[in-house]
Write a protein that binds this ligand. Structure first.
Ligand SMILES: CCC(=O)NCCS(=O)(=O)O
Length: 349
C-alpha cells in the first residue's frame, strides 16, 4: 500500500507536492460527451452530423454540444499531446484530469501522455452524472460505491494498476438523484478514510453547490479539501456566491475560454465572458478568498483545442494571467491561485 499522506498521486506515481508547479485543476485530455448531446435547432439539423470545418467553427463555439463529432475528444490524443508540450513550454506543470466513469475515462492513455510530455497528470476516481450510471452502479450500496472509489485510488482504475489522485469530478444533476446522493455519500466516506482531494460537478442551479456540500458534510466529508467546479455557470449572483463561499470549499472558475450567447443546458443562465470571470475573481480576492480560488478551462470538446481554432490548454497562462494582473490581482495572489491552492488541495492528509 503506498504511503499517500503528504504526497500527491499522479498517474506515474507519488510525487512531492512542490513538484506540481502551475496546475489547471479541471481539464479533460481524453473523454466522450455523447451523454450530453443537445440536438441543434430544427433549421440547423444537418449540423449534428457535419464534419468540423473552418466554416462552422463559430457555430461550434455557440453550439458545442450539438455536433456528434465535437463530443469525441478521445479521437484527438496526438493533438492533445502536442498541446501538453506547448502547455509545459508556457510554464505549466500539472493538470488534474477529472474524467470519471461514464464519460470514457482512459487512465492508460493519461499515463502515456504524462510519460511523453513530462506534465504531471492526476486522474479522477468515481462516477459522473446519473444519466451515465450503469444499472450495476445504480444497484450498489453506499458501502460498495465507496469500495470502488477507494480501490481506484489505492490499487488502480479501468482494470490497470494506474491510481487516481483525486475523487471526481463527481457528477450531480439538479435536482440531485438518489443514485447521485449515494455516490456523494460514498465519496465522503472514501475521503474520510483516505484524506484525499475531492472535486464536484454541481447541477445547473444556484442551489446545487450548497445542497451537495450539505450531503458531503453529513456523510463525514472534508469540505476544506473539496473543489466546487463550474461556479461560472452555476452561481451568478454576487451575494449568493459569497454565501456559498462561507461553506469552505475551494471555488473553481473552470470554463475560461467558453463564451456563448445561449447556454443550452440552462437558458436562464447568461454564460459570463472571460472578462466577467476575471472580475468575479477580483471580487473574491477582495473579499479574502485568495486561498480558496482555483481555475481551469475544462476542455471537453474538440473545438476548444487549438487544432480546431480553440484556445487550448495554455490560454489561462498566456492570456488570463496578464488580464488578472491588469485588473489588480497581484503576482503573489496569482501564484496562490495557480500553484499554492492546487498543491494544498491535492496533497493527501
Ligand atoms: C465532462 C465535462 C463537464 O461536465 N463540463 C461541464 C459542462 S457544463 O455543465 O458546465 O455545461
Amino acid at each position: 500500500m503506498p504511503q499517500l499522506s503528504g504526497s500527491v498521486q499522479t498517474v506515474l506515481g507519488l510525487i512531492e507536492p512542490q513538484q506540481l508547479g502551475r496546475t489547471m485543476t479541471h481539464e479533460h485530455l481524453t473523454m466522450t460527451f455523447e451523454c450530453c448531446y443537445f440536438p441543434p435547432a430544427p433549421h440547423e439539423e444537418s449540423m449534428a452530423e457535419a464534419p468540423i470545418e473552418m466554416k462552422n467553427l463559430f457555430w461550434l463555439k455557440q453550439n458545442p454540444y450539438s455536433s456528434h463529432e465535437n463530443l469525441l475528444l478521445n479521437q484527438e490524443i496526438d493533438a492533445v499531446k502536442e498541446e501538453l508540450l506547448v502547455y509545459k513550454q508556457a510554464g505549466g506543470g500539472a493538470i488534474v484530469e477529472n474524467t470519471t466513469m461514464g464519460i470514457s475515462r482512459n487512465v492508460a492513455t493519461l499515463k502515456r501522455l504524462a510519460q511523453e510530455t513530462g506534465v504531471h497528470i492526476i486522474a479522477g476516481a468515481g462516477f459522473y452524472v446519473d444519466i451515465t450510471h450503469s444499472e450495476e452502479t445504480r444497484k450498489m450500496t453506499v458501502e460498495k460505491l465507496s469500495d470502488v472509489i477507494i480501490s481506484e485510488v489505492l490499487h488502480g482504475a479501468d482494470g490497470t494498476d494506474i491510481r487516481c489522485g483525486v475523487i471526481g469530478e463527481i457528477g450531480t444533476s439538479w435536482p440531485i438523484t438518489d443514485s447521485e446522493k449515494r455516490v456523494l455519500q460514498a465519496t465522503a466516506h472514501a475521503q474520510a478514510q483516505l484524506g484525499c482531494p475531492v472535486i464536484i460537478h454541481p447541477g445547473r442551479n444556484s442551489a446545487a453547490p450548497g445542497a451537495v456540500v450539505r450531503i458531503l458534510q453529513e456523510a463525514g466529508g472534508d469540505i476544506g479539501k473539496t473543489v466546487m467546479s463550474h461556479l461560472d455557470r452555476t452561481i451568478l449572483d454576487h451575494g449568493e456566491l459569497l454565501e456559498f463561499a462561507k461553506m469552505g470549499s475551494y471555488l473553481e472558475y473552470d470554463l475560461f475560454g467558453t463564451e456563448m450567447l445561449n447556454y443550452p443546458f440552462n437558458l436562464k443562465v447568461d454564460m459570463p465572458s472571460d472578462n466577467q470571470r476575471v472580475k468575479t475573481l477580483t471580487c473574491l480576492v477582495a473579499e479574502g478568498y485568495e486561498d480558496k480560488i482555483v481555475i481551469a478551462h475544462d476542455i471537453h470538446t474538440k473545438n476548444r483545442l487549438t487544432k480546431y481554432g480553440g484556445h487550448g490548454y495554455s490560454y489561462i497562462l498566456n492570456s488570463i494571467v496578464p488580464k488578472m494582473l491588469l485588473r489588480g490581482i497581484t503576482q503573489s495572489q496569482v501564484n496562490k491561485i495557480l500553484i499554492d491552492n492546487p498543491r494544498e488541495w491535492l496533497t493527501f492528509k
